[in-house]
Design a protein around this ligand. Structure first.
Ligand SMILES: Nc1ncnc2c1ncn2[C@@H]1O[C@H](COP(=O)(O)OP(=O)(O)OP(=O)(O)O)[C@@H](O)[C@H]1O
Ligand SMILES: CC(C)(CO)[C@@H](O)C(=O)NCCC(=O)O
Ligand SMILES: [K+]
Length: 254
């Protein structure tokens, strides 16, 4: 069994693979002040509930876009799983040709998404990940990672309205009845849901035009489903794409 960790700014998503099969997956909050032992209690409890013993885990792979908690997570894995994790970053084989100006700058989550996306969906491809930030990644027909776009995430945008405008409340992110809201909550929901759906369509169409391609457009991330149903360009939602990418990268370094 291998244990995979996708460490994002909002959530840590972890999964257990038996061969190619994802047997368990869990979502924890990313808490910058949690200690090794606090994360250790969570991990131990999850394993216990799943009937998994740490000795059954042959290897661990971790991708993170939160540098300040890396040392905590590395120590967590050594202490509670008894393994040195493989960390997605310079020096490991991803098999991805990265054409970013500085390849080290690309978020590990975006790299791992691209690896899984190419394997599962082929190229050319656009991956949209609705996380803390919404990211777009464009992979060309040769399988090269060209780059993408980074947008404030849905949660960040909704939170900013609430924080900065005295009369705007915190809202539930849900689809409103109409694109024209006739109360504050409905108006905010319309702006966010249709705004983000339109953003995906707009950016995807621009990619298609600028690069003269017809890429498949695949979405992932916590809030993908809500937006995908309103988008005209998202072909499908693959909620566990990042975990799949981690498994593939682990195998490429075996
Ligand atoms: N129902 C909701 N209402 C309001 N905000 C939400 C809702 N669900 C998620 N969010 C917010 O949206 C953002 C993205 O959440 P999501 O669960 O997609 O994170 P994620 O995909 O794990 O992101 P990351 O990988 O960056 O940690 C977070 O800021 C989260 O607080
Ligand atoms: C954009 C986020 C925050 C999305 O999780 C992450 O991929 C990241 O921190 N990336 C580094 C910057 C870049 O990808 O260009
Ligand atoms: K993410």
């Amino acid at each position: 069994m291998i244990l995979v960790f996708d460490v994002g700014n909002t959530n840590i998503v972890l999964g257990l693979y038996k061969g190619r099969e994802l047997t368990h997956h869990w979502r924890l909050s990313t808490n910058r002040s949690s200690t090794v032992d606090e994360y250790g209690i969570l991990l131990t409890n999850l394993f216990q509930l799943a009937g998994v013993r740490a000795e059954q885990i042959e290897g661990v792979i971790l991708s993170s876009v939160v540098p300040p908690i890396m040392s905590t997570l590395e120590r967590l894995i050594v202490k509670y799983v008894g393994k040195e994790p493989l960390i997605v970053g310079p020096g490991i084989k991803t098999g991805l040709n990265i054409r970013y100006e500085n390849p080290r700058e690309v978020g590990a989550d975006r790299i791992v998404n691209a690896v899984a996306g190419i394997e599962k969906y082929g190229t050319p491809l656009v991956i949209v990940d609705f996380g803390t930030a919404t990211t777009f990644d464009y992979i060309d027909a040769t399988g090269a990672y060209i780059g993408g776009a980074i947008v404030p995430g849905i949660g960040i945008s909704a939170e900013a309205l609430y924080q900065r405008a005295a009369k705007l409340p915190r809202i539930e992110l849900a689809k409103p009845k109409s694109v024209i809201g006739r109360n504050t909550v409905a108006a905010m929901q319309a702006g966010i849901v249709y705004g983000y759906a339109g953003q995906v369509d707009g950016i995807s169409r621009r990619i298609a035009k600028e690069f003269n391609v017809k890429p498949r457009i695949i979405a992932t991330g916590g809030l993908a489903e809500l937006i995908a149903v309103e988008s005209e360009t998202i072909e499908l939602v693959d909620p566990l794409l990042t975990l799949e990418g981690l498994r593939i990268v682990y195998e490429r370094n075996g």
